[in-house]
Design a protein around this ligand. Sequence first.
Ligand SMILES: [Zn+2]
Length: 335
Amino acid sequence: MPPSNSRFQRLSQAALSRSQFLQLAAGALVPFVGLPPSAAAAKNPVLAQNGGAPGTKDAAASDRMGAVLVSQFGPVKIHSYLSPLDGFHVNTQMIEGPTAVVIFDGQLLLSYADEVASYVQTLGKPIERIILSHAHTDHWSGLQVLTERFPDTRVFALDGIADQLRARGQARLDSFRPIYGDRIATKVTVPTEIIAEGVQRIDGITYDFRRFVDAESDLQLAALLPEQKVLMAFDLVFSPNEHAFTVVDHFDHWMIVLEQLKALQDYDTITIGHDTPVHRSAIDSTISYVKRAKEIHVASADAKTYNESLKAAFPDLQHAEWVDFSARLLYAGPR
Ligand SMILES: [Zn+2]
């Protein structure tokens, strides 16, 4: 059993205070991501569970393959579902307000999206909406399950995302099919509503939606929760302990975007697209990673060279297999 496990077990027994959460966000949870996915999932079905009143414990937690981290900010709870490694450790964020839940992103693999749906049902509140952060398949494939299980729920995304999915979604699913078979979606779930940029209140919670282009993806939503001081950065920011995805040649502009995020001084907690929340210092480590990846890309004529050089530059980072994935797409031409 990894030495960190007892800490998780203790945490799962008790409510997580904000300071504890920030401690976790600063790195205490990191050993979790180094476990093989099956071990991690089996031993830590709930990293910290403080949702619900006493007696409403999630009965499915012990069987869950993914992990759920719950963090509380006054009346608002953020439930972060983290998939096992074969689902790219992708997050679905569930923002629970006084009367409803807003879901961000829908998982890669259908079975994990199904776990998200079952989990959100335990909260006992209607889903106000689903919001898709960007058009990469690991974030939307499982929307097929969520929209089947919650057929009345509207799916929002930035203007342009629906067009990207109509144009390239099926090809992206087809490219994953040889690896995942029927574990990924059979059809593309296209968002039907456009999320407006700027400040809006949903279920009494203030969101400030921001639109960023040419970073980890061509078009990426970020959401600020100013009252909770939380930045939902999705795939703009990666964990300091893991490789980032570098699937498109937007290195320079991605660094500009990261500097813009860094200028948001008050946001100490950052939820990210893959892995548990991080401290704002992860913006700096992501900048360093993207800068080095850019240098290596400039110097590498082919995917193999890029792949080997990037792994060699960051020998201690987890998920070297993500570099295989990035190198293949980065050198496959425009996407
Ligand atoms: Zn992603």
